[in-house]
Design a protein around this ligand. Structure first.
Ligand code: ARG
Ligand code: ZN
Length: 876
């Protein structure tokens, strides 16, 4: 590992592979340190490649044991070998067979790419480029082959052996060993390859597809954990049914397996027929998982399952097209969750995630188009932009062309691209074909980084009874023609929605803003209205519209669009906090119009839709506020926190009676069994939001109430919410509660992660010492990504005042952690380093301290490509 000038890979340089691989036979003999892999590849020149070109196979960290071409062993001077490739200078001009024997060490594989061992379980991760760590290969997604895999292992060590596709054979292999053969009839790129071997328990289910295929379902978990996989199994079954009904997509193999492992760099992976998951997104019980965990499990199970069509049956031509599968699949899992839970509540949480993760990325040095046009390290492009903004583009497309045309276009996309490695152009072409629309202007969304701003003014003409809305879109920093922005909108008057108002150019309430400036006129407007703009957050933009607090609060009360009701409360809160953050003496009473409106809202609606009410009570996060201020580049996280706490305290003080009453009204009757469903989760969310506000206003009462809640909690959501309240109130009760928690869950790694995380996010100067001590804790380990993220990632992303300490100690903590990890797990190290992505919007002192911390990383002599790529771009 050495810092090299990174080679940029560019979209414009794409050319098809010179060779193809039709069939792959793998024989994998698992041994903890010396695993042998024999790959037999049926190959041929690609008719559209360069005739007679050398054959260059990718390889990394491999020991080549033997190589044979068409049965003839090749001696070392017949091929070239270096650290990243194996080259045959003159391969045959007709079909040929290459037999490659390699050896790898799964135990030493700390990068968690390729074949590795997690808690004694053999598993693989091949996306984006991990298959080359198993054998030499054309490791690119447009080379698709049919795989047959024989896996052999000690029966004792690995009684369970799983591969892609359907099981074909299994039996003893002598010497205490056994084997299993798996065959996957669907041609696939190498990144979808997987195998698993280990001692695992299984939860079984079955699903019959609409085509009449009976599918055996299996969730594999560490011994003893089977009961905690029931929810994931149920989510698989519901996902399968939903994809049939919503998209007409049926499953296409006889088995579908999910394996949970404890060491995993990302969330999960959609390997064909054999999804491998971070166990955090599989295992759940009321005692150990929060409502948020249940929702994540459901969403990620769905996401990986949906990839079977959007990703596997139709895959990506190259990694620049990553959003083709990820953006689309996030859109699909969001739709699933919306149908399963509350659509309005889910939409708000999608937008919160987008604003928390994607907006800052798009506003900082790591900004990139949804379809990047160059990269040095592809694993650094599994970003919020590719995933979340990618999903927003698909949603905008549906908004513009309508639900029915969208479904027809999706059908056409699947039909025309099935079995191929496709591009964004192929995707859009399907919708152009079914709508006869030209989507070339819409396609700019894939090319242009940055969050556009849409500035809006409105004027009412009481004589003509018209309301004109003037739009101007801008996207500073990138040159180019305007974007196509769907604006879902309507007018709201003092009595509520003004349904009689009409705008010809906004059929069905959808206006397409296609020019830099445009004007939309509503007629038949009886009184001066308030416009409700970008309903449902119809485009990933910032909206600049000068409304008064009273106008926002009218929307909160009367709008028919739940997203904009929530947005209205956010906007008023945002404006107050920003004003206070810039002033020495915030006048808390300025919040009282908002507080009163919140109170009225709670009285009228809290019990009807508690989940929604909990969101209405939530204020913009400190990060949201920083990001909003950041446009002017002088973020002081301490001032933001102080101002935001002032507002929270005011709300808590003024509404304390109502909040206390709500807590009582929402309490479960004793003996009510736990249910993770959305309605029950919503009641818990509101109850805990109330507790939180009561506690900010009155910490002494807060300590008692939180302590009592912890003492009587029957589920992790309530227990953790209680602990979260206590964590913000320094004192012996907090320390005692933390100690009890650690004791109670000492053998529950996923729960201990929560314990690490909650301490890392305490916004006090002592947190640094606390984290230093936690890094020495016997259960802390740099080899478990979940644990590292729980301590270091939670600190950098969830503790803005301490991460951004003016003395630079917070930055030093994170950069130390990055460097300590870089040799062993560069992907994880690079991910942690992205915490510095917003450093340029800080006030000058912090900016310079952050700069120094980044410089220290850049000046290291031995950096992985992953970290070097992030640090270079962050400083650029
Ligand atoms: N395709 C996986 C998903 O469903 C993510 C895999 C990312 N892996 C990586 N090494 N970058 O989102
Ligand atoms: Zn995905």
């Amino acid at each position: 590992m050495r810092t090299e000038t990174p080679t940029m890979i560019r979209l414009e340089d794409y050319r098809p592979s010179d060779y193809l691989i039709d069939r792959v036979e793998l024989d994998v003999r698992l041994h903890s340190r010396e695993t042998r892999i024999t790959a037999t590849l049926a190959m041929r020149p690609n008719p559209v490649g360069r005739a007679g070109a050398p054959l260059v196979l990718d390889g990394e960290d491999l020991t080549l044991v033997s190589l044979a071409l068409d049965g003839q062993p090749l001696c070392p001077d017949a091929y070239g070998l270096n650290a990243t490739s194996l080259t045959l200078p003159n391969p045959p001009s007709e079909s040929f067979t290459l037999r490659i024997e390699t050896q790898v060490n799964p135990t030493a594989n700390t990068r968690l790419m390729g074949l590795y061992r997690s808690n004694g379980v053999y598993c693989t991760q091949c996306e984006a480029d991990g298959f080359r760590r198993i054998t030499y290969f054309l490791d690119r997604p447009d080379v698709m082959a049919v795989y047959t895999t024989r896996i052999e292992a000690d029966l004792d060590e690995a009684p369970v052996l799983l591969g892609n596709g359907n099981p074909a054979d299994s039996g003893p292999a002598g010497d205490g060993r056994h084997y299993a053969i798996w065959h996957d009839p669907h041609p696939k790129p190498a990144y979808l390859f997987a195998l698993v071997g280990g001692r695992l328990d299984r939860v079984s289910g079955s699903f019959t597809t609409m085509e009449g295929r009976t599918v055996d379902l299996g969730i594999y978990v560490e011994p003893g954990q089977a009961a905690r996989a029931e929810y994931a199994l149920d989510a698989v079954i519901r996902s399968m049914a939903w994809d049939e009904q919503a998209f007409g997509r049926a499953y296409d193999l006889d088995v579908f397996n999910v394996v949970a492992v404890s060491d995993f760099n990302m969330g999960a992976m959609e390997n064909k027929g054999l999804n491998i998951f971070n166990d955090k997104f599989v295992l759940a019980s009321p005692e150990t998982a929060t409502d948020a965990d249940y929702a994540n499990i459901e969403a990620i199970i769905a996401h990986e399952y949906f990839h079977n069509w959007s990703g596997n049956r139709v895959t990506c031509r190259d990694w620049f097209q990553l959003c083709l599968k990820e953006g689309l699949t996030v859109f699909r899992d969001q739709e699933f969750s919306s149908d399963t839970r509350s659509r309005a509540v889910h939409r708000i949480s999608e937008v919160r995630t987008l604003r928390a993760r994607q907006f800052p990325e798009d506003a900082g040095p790591l900004a990139h188009p949804v379809r990047p046009n160059q990269y040095a390290e592809i694993n650094n492009f599994y970003t919020a932009t590719v995933y979340e903004k990618g999903a927003e583009i698909v949603r905008m497309l549906r908004t513009l062309i309508g639900g029915q045309a969208f479904r027809t276009g999706m059908d056409r996309y699947f039909a025309t691209c099935d079995g191929t490695a496709a591009t964004v152009e192929d995707f859009l072409a399907a919708f152009e074909a079914v709508t006869s629309r030209d989507l070339s202007a819409f396609a700019r969304w894939y090319e242009r980084p940055g969050t556009p701003t849409v500035s809006i003014t409105g004027d009412y003409d009481p004589e003509a009874k018209t309301y004109r809305i003037n739009f101007r879109q801008s996207l500073p920093g990138t040159e180019g023609p305007p974007l196509v922005i769907p604006v879902v909108l309507g007018l709201v008057g003092p009595e509520g929605a003004m349904d009689e108002a009409r705008a010809e150019r906004a059929p069905g309430g959808v206006f397409a803003l296609e020019q830099e400036t445009d004007t939309l006129t509503f007629s038949n407007v009886a009184a001066a209205p308030v416009p409700s703009l970008f309903r449902g957050f119809s485009a990933p933009v910032r909206v600049a519209f000068e409304a008064t607090d009273a106008q926002h609060l009218l929307l909160l009360r009367h709008d028919t669009d739940p997203f904009n009701r929530w947005q209205a409360a956010q906007s008023v809160g945002m404006r107050l906090v920003i004003r206070w953050a810039g002033s020495d003496s915030p006048e808390a009473a300025e919040a009282d119009a908002l507080v009163e409106a919140l109170g009225a809202f709670l009285d009228a609606e809290a019990l009807r839709d508690p989940a929604f009410a909990a969101l209405i009570l939530s204020l913009p996060s400190e990060g949201d506020i920083a990001n909003e201020i950041g446009i002017g580049s002088a973020v002081d996280p301490d001032a933001i926190r102080m101002a935001r706490e002032t507002l929270r305290r005011r709300i808590g003080e003024r509404l304390s009676d109502r909040l206390a009453q709500l807590r009582g009204d929402l309490a479960d009757r004793p003996g009510t069994p736990f249910s993770p469903d959305a309605a029950s989760a919503g009641r818990r969310a509101l109850r805990n939001a109330a507790l939180d506000l009561i506690a900010v206003a009155d910490p002494i009462a807060g300590v008692d109430l939180a302590g009592e809640q912890i003492a009587t909690a029957t589920n992790m959501t309530d227990r953790l919410a209680g602990l979260g309240v206590l964590a913000l109130i320094a004192g012996p009760q907090r320390e005692a509660a933390l100690k009890d928690f650690a004791e109670r869950f000492r053998s529950e790694p996923l729960v201990l992660d929560k314990w690490f995380a909650i301490q890392a996010t305490i916004p006090e100067s002592g947190t640094l010492e606390r984290i230093a001590a936690l890094r020495q804790h016997p259960t802390f380990s740099n080899t478990n990504p979940n644990r590292v993220r729980a301590l270091i990632g939670s600190f950098s992303s969830g503790n803005p005042t301490q991460f951004n300490r003016a003395d630079g100690a917070g930055y030093a903590l994170v950069t130390d952690a990055v460097l300590a990890l870089d040799q062993s797990n560069p992907q994880l190290a690079a991910r942690l380093l992205t915490a510095f992505g917003s450093w340029r919007m800080l006030e000058p002192n912090r900016r310079s301290v952050a700069h120094k911390a980044l410089d220290r990383i850049r000046s290291q002599t031995e950096l992985s490509r992953d970290v070097s790529d992030i640090v270079t771009r962050t400083l650029a």
